[in-house]
Design a protein around this ligand. Structure first.
Ligand code: NAD
Length: 274
């Protein structure tokens, strides 16, 4: 049985994942701002290092899987900068800080929660995803505050998905037996979406769900357990959409996208593989 760490374990998808993994006999160390094993605020660098130190101690320095669920939703009242600090930096800094413990487990798995808003919400501020991927937290927070939480949300989740794809294939991750993958849920019934935010409620009313209903947290928990476990060893840098058909309906032939490389991309590709 494995040692798993779940951030955002006190609510919604994180709490459902904890229940599922524990009922299957695994040990779970929860991280959240309250009501869990490791109480830490992942919006600050200090909170993230305190969380990593506490997890290291609680796990005996061996973590078989890390699930980053902690996040703030696109609520009009929230500062966009704080949302970016939690959703992007709170995830990637913790993944990075726990790398030695993941490496010790051999064949570890990391699952982060991105979002289907990455491909379905128009007007994502590109400078915000760039600042995240450049690891410039001060600039990302500044832009997040400027653009506000509603556009900052998909930008933070797009940067997270791209970070996973960029890092997953590097020798320092997959070469050390650590698989990095992301899930992009559609609309899931949790406190994040059932809150009384009028602007979010308006947007969610228009959100197409061919399945005909919202997702349930346990449906995402089942996918998380699969991506953590031995059945998913070929998954590396995947962004798995679990959205009841939203992305397929809105963007049928945008994905899979054919690779039509420029000369520069071809050169980079051959250099990386020789
Ligand atoms: P939720 O609000 O039920 O749970 C989020 C958890 O994150 C809470 O327990 C909260 O305390 C924790 N958290 C927030 N700020 C934190 C901080 N600074 N430090 C530590 N923990 C913090 O939401 P959920 O719907 O279960 O969302 C889980 C993840 O899934 C989030 O990253 C969210 O963006 C993502 N997601 C949700 C949906 C959806 O429709 N619910 C869709 C796509 C993606």
């Amino acid at each position: 049985m494995a040692n798993y760490v779940i951030t955002g374990s006190a609510s919604g998808i994180g709490a459902a994942s904890r229940r599922k993994l524990e009922s299957d006999g695994h040990t779970v160390i929860g991280v959240d701002v309250a009501d869990t094993d490791v109480v830490a605020d992942l919006s600050t660098p200090g909170g993230r290092s305190a969380a990593a130190a506490a997890v290291d101690e609680a796990s005996g320095g061996v973590v078989h899987g890390l699930v980053c669920c902690a996040g703030l939703g696109p609520l009009s009242r929230l500062p966009g900068g704080k949302l970016v600090a939690v959703n992007f930096f709170g995830a990637v800094d913790l993944v990075t800080a726990l790398k030695p413990a993941l490496e010790r487990a051999r064949n570890a798995s990391v699952v982060v929660i991105s979002s289907s808003s990455t491909t379905t919400q128009p007007g994502i501020p590109e400078n915000l995803t760039t600042a995240c991927l450049d690891d410039d937290e001060a600039e990302a927070v500044r832009i997040g505050d400027e653009v506000t939480a509603i556009p900052a949300y998909p930008a933070s989740k797009l940067a997270l998905a791209w970070w996973i794809r960029r890092e997953a294939v590097r020798a320092e991750w997959i070469g050390k037996g650590i698989r990095l993958n992301a899930i992009a849920p559609g609309m899931i019934d949790t406190p994040m979406t059932s809150g009384a935010d009028p602007e979010l409620a308006k947007a969610l009313d228009f959100y197409p769900m061919p399945l005909g209903r919202r997702g349930r947290p346990d449906e995402i928990a089942a996918l998380i357990e699969f991506l953590l476990g031995p059945g998913s060893t070929l998954f590396c840098g995947s962004v798995v959409f679990a959205d009841g058909g939203t992305d397929a309906q809105l963007r049928q032939q945008d994905w899979p996208a054919a690779w039509i490389p420029t000369t520069d991309e071809l050169t980079r590709h051959f250099k990386a593989n020789t």
